[in-house]
Every structure is written in C-alpha cells, then in structure tokens.
Design a protein around this ligand. Structure first.
Ligand SMILES: [Zn+2]
Ligand SMILES: [Zn+2]
Length: 248
C-alpha cells in the first residue's frame, strides 16, 4: 500500500459508527496499513462518547501484531475563539488531536467567523490536524488559514469521506486548500474518516486531489509512520516511544 497511515477513524464509541478496535486492527493488518488513529468525536457532539472514553485510553494497546494504533480524538471547535471540547492535562495524554466544525456543536455562521475560529484554534497549540476544512457549509478564507496553519505547524486534512458519503460539494474547496497549503509551505494529511473499518486507509479521491495540484509528497503526513510520528513529536507529543518499532 502506497499510503500506509490513516489519521482519522471512528469506533462504535460514536454510535453512528459501526466498528470496534478489533475490527480496525484486523482490517489494517489485511490491507497493509501500518499505523492508524482512532479519533472518536469529542464529548460535545451528539452521540459522542463520554469524556472518560478519552481519559481511559491508557488501557489500549499501542501495537498489535505489528500494527500501530494512535490514541486520538476528533474534538469539536466550539466557538469563534477556536476553543475545543477537550482540555488540560488530558490533551497531553493523547497521541494525536484532530478538531473540526460539526453542525450540532457549531452551527454554520459567516466566512469571517469560520476563518477566525480556525485561526484561533490553530494558534491555540492544542490541535495537530484540522479535519475537513473544505466543508462547503463552513466557507473560510482558504489562503489565510493555509498560511497560519503553515506558520504553526498544523496540518490540514483532505477528508476522503467528503467525496463519498458526506459534505457534498467539498471537491473545489479541497482542491483550493491543497493548492494553498502547497504554496504556503504547509502540511497536508489524508484522512479516511472511517465510520466502519472496511474503509480504513481508503484515500482514492483524496489522492486525486493531491495529484491534481502536484502536492509535494514530502509534506504529506501519510507517506510513512515515521513522517506522522516525527510531526507529532515536533508538536510536543511525548507519548510516542512505543511506536518506534514501526520506523524502519
Ligand atoms: Zn468530522
Ligand atoms: Zn470524523
């Protein structure tokens, strides 16, 4: 598999998703995925797990049968200040922190407010990856967001589900985002946003976007476990030692 890292997957802890940790490990092994993250919705989302879901992730194995699983969250951006629904020392116990707009938590507003929320979220230092920034329900000033993300070493996501099952009309925005990140010198990551294990590591449509803008693969975090782990370490995560066995 060319891109063996997936940063975005939901388990049955979010009840509109349908697979367990076991299912994900099994599919990862069979597809040759070396490293993936489980990133259930932050507690403020409808049908999200309780706060304790994230606090208790220390019980999870990090490596099973040679496959790595990062302990993550897809937090909700709550307001224009860019605050998210997870905080404090608990954030530092996670291996990877994603955040994005979700309608039940942050109803769509104006382009200026969406842009400011994303910029504040990026500048907060709490979030590694902004999920589905190309959602047409949340128009943003793409150039400004790409520039601030590059300055703050935050990756923007090209979300493969946005081209398949949700967020209709994302393609033009995602293409513009990929181009803007390329020009700003920033980082992109592809996320399957799987809500069932079968789609883990599925990036077909996202790859088309990356290729359409000739995005430099050395700034794409899915290129190897090492690339993602180095990025997360550079963002201050100190929980990653067990994953070193994945780096060859
Ligand atoms: Zn999402
Ligand atoms: Zn998601």
């Amino acid at each position: 598999m060319k891109f063996s890292v997936d940063t975005h997957a939901h388990t049955i802890a979010s009840t509109h998703a349908y697979s367990t940790v076991h299912d994900y490990f099994s599919v990862a092994k069979s597809k040759g995925i070396k490293l993936f993250a489980i990133t259930d919705h932050g507690p403020d989302m409808a049908d999200a797990p309780h706060f304790w879901h994230f606090v208790n992730m220390c019980v999870l194995p990090r490596i099973v049968d040679g496959v790595g699983m990062l302990r993550g969250i897809e937090a909700n951006i709550k307001n224009e200040l860019g605050e998210i629904d997870f905080y404090g020392n608990y954030l530092q116990q996670l291996d990877i922190v994603l955040a994005g707009f979700h309608e039940p938590v942050f109803p769509p507003s104006t382009q200026e407010i969406h842009t400011q929320a994303l910029i504040n979220c990026i500048e907060s230092g709490h979030v590694d990856i902004i999920t589905h920034p190309g959602n047409p329900k949340y128009p943003i000033d793409i150039m400004r967001v790409a520039k601030v993300a590059a300055q703050h070493n935050v990756a923007l996501e090209i979300n493969n589900s946005s081209f398949l099952t949700s967020r209709n009309g994302s393609l033009p925005n995602c293409t513009a985002i990929a181009n803007a990140v390329k020009n700003a010198g920033g980082l992109l990551v592809m996320g399957s946003d799987s809500h069932v294990a079968f789609s883990l590591g599925g990036f077909d449509k996202s790859i088309e976007v990356i290729e359409a803008v000739d995005f430099p693969v050395e700034r794409l975090l899915n290129r190897s476990p090492e690339a993602l782990l180095c990025f997360l370490a550079s963002r201050g995560h100190t929980t990653l030692d067990e994953y070193n066995v994945l780096i060859d």
